[in-house]
Structure formats: C-alpha cells, structure tokens
Write a protein that binds this ligand. Sequence first.
Ligand code: HXC
Length: 521
Amino acid sequence: MADNTRAWMEELLAEMEERRKHIEAGGGPERIKKQHEAGKMTARERIQYLLDEGTFVELQPFAEPTETELMHGIQAPADGVITGYGKIGGRTVFVFSQDFTVLGGSLGKTHGRKIAHAMDMAVKVGAPVIGLNDSAGARIQEGVDSLSGYGEVFYRNAIYSGVVPQISAILGPCAGGAVYSPAITDFVLMSKGNSYMFITGPEVIKSVTREEVTFEQLGGSEVHTAKSGVAHLECEGDQGVLDTIKQLLVYLPQNAREKPPIIENGDPKNRKTPELLDQVHPDPRRPYNMHQVIETIVDEGKFLELHTNFAKNIIVGFAHLGGQSIGIVANNPRYMAGALDINASDKAARFIRTCDSFNIPILTLVDVTGFLPGVAQEHQGIIRHGAKMLYAYAEATVPKITLITRKSYGGAYLAMNSRDMGADVVLAWPTSAVAVMGAEGAANIIYRKEIQSSPDPAATRQAKINEYKKAFDNPYVAAGRGYIDDVIDPAETRRLLIQHLEMLSTKQEERPYKKHGNIPL
Ligand code: HXC
C-alpha cells in the first residue's frame, strides 16, 4: 500500500476513534460525577458490570438525535442510550442502557428506534432482552417524535412478550407513560432508594388532588414491591439489581422454543427430607414456615423468591429440583392463613403464565383454607381476579405437580391446581385434608338444625365436627377417587418430586386452535 494511502486510511481511523471517544464520554465529566455522587453507575459501567468480561458488542453508537426545531445544535451522544449484545454466563443477551448524563436519558425517536432494533435482533436470534432504565421520560424537545419512539418500544414489548424473556431494571427515574415498557416485561427489578416509577409526578398530583408526596413515597422501590406489585424485586443499588438479573437468568431459557438449562449441582436426587416431619405441624391451626419447607426440598436450599413483600399470603419464585429449573407457587400459612385474595391471585396467575411462557415446570404447594371472605374483596372483584388463577393453571401446558401439605378446601382447592384443573401429578402428605370446607364450618351448616335442637348443642356440634373430619378431613377420600395420585411420607418428598419431574420432561400437550385466549383481566 502506498504511503499516502496508508496515511489517508490512518486519518480516517483517527477520525472514527475521535468520534467514538466523544460518544463514549456521554454527557461529559461533570454529569458523570453527578451520576456517581447519586450512588449510580454510568450506563456503560452498568453494561460492563452486567456482562461477561469483554463480550459487549455495541450497536449503532453513531446514531444521531432526530432533528427538530428545539433539538437544533443539541448534542446527544449515542442519543442517550447504549444498545448491543454480549454474554451472561456464556449465553447471549441483548441489552439497552439509558444514559442519564445525556439529556437526562430522555427518550427521543432515535433512542426509541435503537431499543426497538436491539429487541428485533434479540427475537431473530432468540435471546433475552435486558433494559437498564434511567430516564427522565419523553424528550420534550422532540415532541411527538419522542412519543412515537415510545410507541415503537411498547409495541415490541407486547408482541415479543412470551417470545424471549424481557427483564427491566429500574435504576433511576422512570416517569410518565415510560413506565409502561417495563410494566409489559416479564420481570421488573428496582434499586432501593435510587429509583422510582409513576405515571404523574408529585407536582402534578399536588396541583390536581392537593396531595403532597415525595418521589420515594409515590413510586419508590418499597411502594412498588410491597403495595402496588408493579416490581418483582427490590435490590441494593445498581450492583444488587445487576447481580440479581444474572441469578434470574439461570432459571430461564433463551426463548420460548427452548427449555431452561439443567444446572448440575451436588445435591443428591434421592436425598431424604425427614426434616419436613418437624417443620409442619399436623394441627391445621398451627402456622409453619413454608419458606423453610421449600428450602428443604429444592436443590441446595436455593430459592429465588419474587414479589417477596407483595401479597405475602402466596409465595412464588424459582428453584432447581434435580438440576431442573422449576417455578414454585405455595400458600403461606403465616399470612392470612394462606387464604387467596385479589393480590395473591394476580401475583400467582402472572407467575404461572411466566413459567408457562418459558417452559418452566410448576410445583404447587397447597395449604389453603379458601378465598378470603369479605365485602371489600367481593366489591373489588375477587371473582374476576381469582378466575385468573383457574385460567392460568388450566391454560399452562408445562409439567404441573401439586403437593398438598395440609388443608385444601373449596374453590381454592381447584384454584391451586387440582387434578381436574390439569395437574399432571397430585401428591399429598398424611397431614393433608381435602374438602369443600373446614370441619367446623361444614358441621355448622349441614347439621345446624340437629345442633340447635340438641339438649347439649356444644357436645352435638363437636360430635358432628368429628364425624365430618373422619369422613372428609383427610387425604384418603380424594385419593380413593383418584384426585390424589399418592399419599406420601414427607421424608420421600424430594426424591418423588424429582422422579415425577423427570418422567414429565417429555410432556407434550396440544390445545384446540384459537387466536388467543381471553383471560379475565
Ligand atoms: C429532555 C430533559 C428531560 C426531558 C430532564 N431533562 N428531563 N431533557 N427531556 N423530559 C434534562 C435536563 O434539562 C437536564 O439537562 C438533565 O436532563 C438532567 O435533568 P435534571 O432536572 O438536572 O436532573 P434531576 O435534578 O436529577 O431531576 C430528574 C428528573 C427531572 C426528576 C427526572 O429532570 C424531571 O422531572 N424531568 C421531567 C420529567 C418529565 O416530566 N418527563 C416527561 C414525562 S411524560 P442538563 O443539560 O442540565 O444536564 C412522558 C410521556 C411518555 O414521559 C409517554 C409515553 C407514552
């Protein structure tokens, strides 16, 4: 190559490097300092921390903002969002990371298009999409173009739902309609104290309703993980969120056509679980620690719980059983005696559908008195919400195993994945009872006249309760009718669950043609 050609080439390379350096500097040292002082990583630091070292490949770094009258002359490196792909634990993921140092990470048309392109690519190759959100919302200077940018993202969030896993990290502001992109995704994780989500901010609320509220009180991580249920997990800072995303991915497949990876571990498949005999009290009125039960059964006692502080009466989360990723849905007798209410139904139904979308077998642990009685629950639509659970279980075609640990009564017996609702295997411990309702309530209703007219109503009532208990308050009537496959020794629980799960690993279930189902929302 002639010297002058080489020199020309080097000039072009130098220009390219100069441009790239400028882009990589984001909003400049002052704004980066501010970002660090707020306890946040920069958009690029987040990507570096999240992905396996040296695997990040950036897409469209030279993208320019859309020209509008108000954007004239404004610089926006990478248009305020870094997009690309890389690996986590050796598996490909696509990622976008909003750069708050560039126009507050606000979303303009190009910014939205870059995210949409990364999502399109993720679906073409069948890889999860991880969004690192830190944005002041719609870029005001771009007007309707910025709304269009959001539209491109929301549309893909919806049509790619159930195609590849979509995970949203909220690491700063997430305001206005912008919250609807994370809300459509499968998992929302928030950093404690540094992130918030709301449709209208404190100022607007004050002017409309006169309510005074801080950002944190309105839409901080505590609010969304405990009260609204919008977010699945609250983690300590950026690192906490990013570490948890890595953990979460271990339970997920790359896309809906694949199964989750089998994770070999040292926990023997035939390990006995005699501890369960001490962990669960046979008296149905004595609460016990369902988390402890779960940890005793699953591989290495590791359980990644979601929605930990929201609707605590039901527990949902991921674990491994014999190396196989499973989703667990369990009543929690420590809260509201494990009764199902509106929030618990929504929480469980959403989780069941997440598992089914991504080929994750579901283990249901049942100890439930029923749906929560009450005027408020009825008026707020427990019928509509409870129906979601029935629908979600029936719709799910993944392997479904149910283990009844103690009570399973009434509508909640059906809603917790009974045989007739499509459970592939139903097991019960000898401590369990399957009936329309508890013996006390049942005796009061069906023997009311007899009790009232008896010379000793209390003694008659107790005798009738005992009679009912003997007849129904045990697992053997249901087992006798084939609603329960087997009554098992709790010490054999893990071994048997793993055997059933392995048997079900080739399960295929076809459903009649439909465009899509119409789950009650
Ligand atoms: C363009 C914006 C911006 C916006 C902030 N900036 N919001 N630029 N569009 N929406 C710029 C600021 O001018 C500033 O630029 C930089 O981002 C950082 O903003 P600060 O205010 O200095 O930061 P901070 O004090 O941390 O406050 C963050 C904030 C606040 C709370 C998010 O910026 C804010 O309230 N912004 C407006 C939020 C909003 O109303 N967004 C529209 C929501 S409606 P310099 O150059 O000084 O660094 C919406 C509709 C979406 O999003 C609809 C989808 C369907």
